[in-house]
Design a binder for this molecule. Structure first.
Ligand SMILES: Cc1cc2nc3c(=O)[nH]c(=O)nc-3n(C[C@H](O)[C@H](O)[C@H](O)COP(=O)(O)OP(=O)(O)OC[C@H]3O[C@@H](n4cnc5c(N)ncnc54)[C@H](O)[C@@H]3O)c2cc1C
Length: 307
């Protein structure tokens, strides 16, 4: 049987510049599914180091995430990472889910706590037979077999953490529990990413060696980015919100073309800086569209001009 590489193996063996990766979500209907597969086929030509697939709050996309992750593993040349969230699941259900991924040859998992379904910023309630924190999920997965586990990190700090020191301590605990790397929440100020990296190295020089992969969202709509950011408990810096609002204009509908221009420019500048600062990989939140990320990659000289 062929060896499935871990994410760290894949990104550290990459030659010729900084690798990139992309995030998809499980489609909700036939139309979205077609769009996903168009994006998948486009990215396949661009050779991402890996692709990740999100998991809906409380297991709402369980079957779709498992099915699509399996198809990515079996029917494409891509290396999938399946997200897995603890919220709403007993430990037995979580073990079953890990088994479903293993059955499809998926060994790379992103272990997350997840947010309360319905209101992501609402009160967190642990499943009576579940786990409280992602750290426990990392341990559980590692005990189940030869899996490679990643976790989430938060350049601005997680919105439920008391302060940045605690946030850093909890991230280090997840790494110590066996996570091999982290992928960050999307952010818009590269300084936040650099400060996170410094905090982890200062807190634990050994765990600080593990890759922190920055999450990039190429903005294509002001309304959409405001919603995404609100639901994730992070922030759009004031200067960026003003710049995007100016581009959006005062019409009844936002000027998507102008907002997109600013979004692609910003993502390109951020990626240039991240590459210069030695980021191990650039992880694009694609929302299942290829074009915006592809344009950024083209600007960076990492992809041909889109057809
Ligand atoms: C890259 C990425 C991918 C994501 N993918 C998904 C997805 O597919 N599906 C989905 O539903 N959500 C997803 N999320 C969102 C994520 O589930 C939420 O942000 C969630 O609120 C935090 O998850 P976590 O795994 O970081 O939790 P944890 O690491 O468990 O942290 C949760 C909170 O508890 C605190 N904490 C941690 N350990 C302790 C401790 N021992 N004592 C006290 N406090 C502690 C942390 O500081 C934090 O405030 C993703 C986030 C990122 C960054």
């Amino acid at each position: 049987m062929s060896h499935t590489p871990s994410i760290v193996e894949r990104i550290s063996s990459h030659t010729g510049g900084t690798p990139f990766s992309v995030e998809f979500y499980p489609p909700r209907n036939e139309k979205e599914e077609q769009r996903l597969w168009r994006a998948v086929r486009t990215f396949e030509q661009l050779h991402p180091a890996f692709v990740s697939l999100t998991y809906g709050a409380g297991g709402s996309t369980r079957d779709r995430t498992v099915r699509i992750a399996g198809q990515l593993a079996e029917e494409t040349t891509l290396l999938p990472v399946a997200h897995l969230t603890a919220v709403g699941h007993s430990v037995d259900e979580l073990r079953g889910l890990v088994g479903s991924y293993a059955d499809r040859g998926i060994v790379n998992l992103l272990a997350l706590r997840g947010d309360p379904p319905g209101d992501p910023l609402g009160q967190w309630v642990k499943h009576p037979e579940g786990v409280e924190y992602a750290e426990e999920l990392v341990r559980m997965i590692r005990e189940l077999g030869d899996f490679h586990v990643g976790v989430a990190s938060f350049p601005e700090g997680h919105y439920r953490a008391q302060d940045l020191d605690h946030d850093t301590r909890y991230l280090v605990a997840k790494l110590k529990a066996g996570a091999e790397y982290s992928i960050t929440q999307m952010f818009f100020d590269v300084e936040d990413y650099l400060r996170l990296r410094d905090r982890v190295v200062a807190a634990d020089p050994i765990e600080g060696e593990k890759p922190i992969i920055p999450g990039i969202l190429p903005i294509t709509s002001l309304r959409q980015v405001r919603k995404i950011v609100e639901l994730s408990g992070s922030q759009i810096p004031g200067w960026l919100d003003e710049r995007l609002a100016r581009a959006a204009g005062n019409g009844p509908e936002e000027d998507r073309a102008e907002v997109r221009k600013v979004g692609i420019e910003l993502a390109t500048e951020m990626c240039e800086r991240l590459v210069a600062e030695g980021a191990p990989c650039l992880h694009f939140c694609t929302l299942n569209f290829a074009r915006a990320s592809q344009e950024v990659l083209t600007n960076l000289g990492m992809a041909p001009v889109p057809a």
